[in-house]
Ligand binder design. Structure first.
Ligand code: NAP
Length: 437
């Protein structure tokens, strides 16, 4: 029997489990670990609460989790409760599917001022990740600056401007909904250090901005390159740029009934955060021009008043003791998913934070093929039974999939009208719902 440990129960983890089931059927046992008592990683804590259709993929992962070859072992922190070296002794293969849960640092003077957050923290806050429940962002200022021109920046800008009614049907957590209801934000500046042709935003997500009830996107025509140049773009980006052109053409008369501006400030690199009494009050930026794809500072600087700054500039993987790490790329050092003998990585932990949820599927299937080629046959290993002995000896409170189903049912039962669930936002509440004292 082949025994596999997968660390991380997000899309990369469960697609890998699915691929291993297809590859080995009844001759594999798979343990999927998570440091939280709840599964599905990015689906629960990263995907925007108003994008429920994207979250539907969790049903596919649930089908995998419910097969008798797969166990969910939540509330176990690998690297703390159990080491990777111990797991490598127990299982034939260990797959790190830990994602990229930390913000790439902004690394600018003033980035430690209060009300400056990375997107991992801010998104975690409105999605009810227990680590960020107490973030308490102050939304009373008139201007919020969102740094970055990727889809996370769009998620954050959209969430900051939606009305309570627009969150109907979403699973935004109560503490975020209450704070957003009282928000004083009237202007969201989305800052791009390069130009419209270099954005990393996808067309569907950009298109949503014109359907908001009280906000409109604003693009300065002068920032748009000549339209003829769009032909050189890859089709997806070309569609995104078409949206930007449409935003630039919205007449002022149409804006009257939408009091919030989502203003795209291109060719603007953040340089310094300025504060008053320890709190951010402005962001200093430098005008740039793009030369051979790179943003070059022009020396011209200006300040954007800002009561809240959220940097959405990408993520990095957490290093784990004893696992080679590529500091520059912010992910595990690997060759096609292979880290060391019997140790693999998939998803963002392998590639860095790019692509959609679906990108993890081929990743998972590929790493399973690599595992099969590396170990055509599997000798005897303790696997899950060995882990259970270790967990008992250490007094670990392991949360199984059946426990998660109790948490799930309780979250669904306490949902506000029209919402799919109201999440528990602390570990204690999750464990209590799972039936722990
Ligand atoms: P991303 O797509 O890599 O975008 C990061 C942005 O930050 C880029 O515009 C980048 O600009 C900018 N940036 C990086 N360092 C910067 C700095 N020091 N100063 C100023 N700007 C800086 O990352 P993401 O938005 O975090 O998204 C991660 C992945 O998740 C992406 O693949 C994204 O498509 C995906 N995602 C998808 C959805 C969806 O499908 N609905 C939603 C959310 C996320 P440069 O290009 O100049 O480096």
């Amino acid at each position: 029997m082949r025994k596999i440990a997968i660390i991380g129960s997000g899309p990369a983890g469960y697609y890998t489990a699915e691929a291993a089931l297809r590859q080995w059927g009844d001759s594999v046992e798979i343990d999927v670990f998570d440091r939280l008592p709840v599964p599905f990683g990015l689906i629960r804590s990263g995907v925007a609460p108003d994008h429920q259709s994207i979250k539907a993929v969790a049903r596919r992962f649930e089908a995998v989790a419910l097969t008798d070859r797969v166990r969910f072992l939540g509330n176990v922190a690998i690297g703390q409760d159990v080491s990777v070296a111990e797991l490598r002794d127990l299982y034939h293969a260990v797959v790190l599917a830990t994602g990229a849960p930390h913000d790439r640092p902004l690394d600018l003077p003033g980035d430690d001022l209060s009300n400056v957050f990375g997107s991992a923290a801010f998104v975690g806050w409105y999605n009810g990740h227990p680590q960020f429940t107490d973030l308490s962002p102050d939304l009373s200022g008139a201007t919020a600056v969102v740094i970055g021109n990727g889809n996370v920046a769009l998620d954050v800008a959209r969430i900051l401007t939606k009305t309570e009614a627009e969150f109907a049907g979403s699973d935004i957590v109560d503490h975020a909904l209450e704070a957003l209801k009282l928000s004083g934000i009237r202007r969201v500046v989305v800052l791009g250090r390069r130009g419209p042709h270099q954005i990393a935003m996808t067309p569907k997500e950009l298109g949503e901005l014109v359907h908001l009830s009280r906000a409109y996107p604003r693009v300065d025509r002068a920032d748009l390159p000549p339209e003829d140049d769009d032909i050189l773009l890859e089709p997806g980006i070309r569609k995104s740029v078409a949206h930007l052109r449409a935003f630039a053409a919205i007449p002022e008369s149409e804006r009257a009934d939408r009091p919030i501006d989502i203003e795209f400030d291109f060719f603007a690199a953040p340089r310094r955060l300025v504060g008053t009494d320890g709190r951010v009050s402005a962001l200093e930026v430098e005008r740039t021009r793009v030369d051979k794809g790179r943003a070059i500072g022009t020396g011209e600087t200006y300040r954007i008043p800002a009561g809240l700054v959220i940097s959405c500039i990408g993520y990095q993987t957490s290093p784990i003791d004893g696992v080679p790490f590529d500091q520059r790329a912010g992910r595990f050092a690997n060759d096609g998913g292979r880290i060391l003998d019997g140790l693999y990585c998939v998803g963002w932990a392998r590639r860095g934070p790019s692509g959609t949820i679906g990108t993890n599927r081929p990743d998972g299937y590929e790493v399973v093929e690599t595992m099969a080629a590396d170990q055509p046959s599997a000798g005897s290993r303790p696997g899950g039974a060995g882990f259970d002995r270790l967990a008992a000896a250490r007094g670990l409170d392991v949360v199984r999939f059946q426990d998660w189903q109790k948490i799930d049912a309780a979250e669904i039962a306490q949902a506000r009208d029209g919402a799919p669930r109201e999440k528990f936002v602390t570990l204690e509440a999750m464990l209590a719902a799972a039936g722990r004292d």
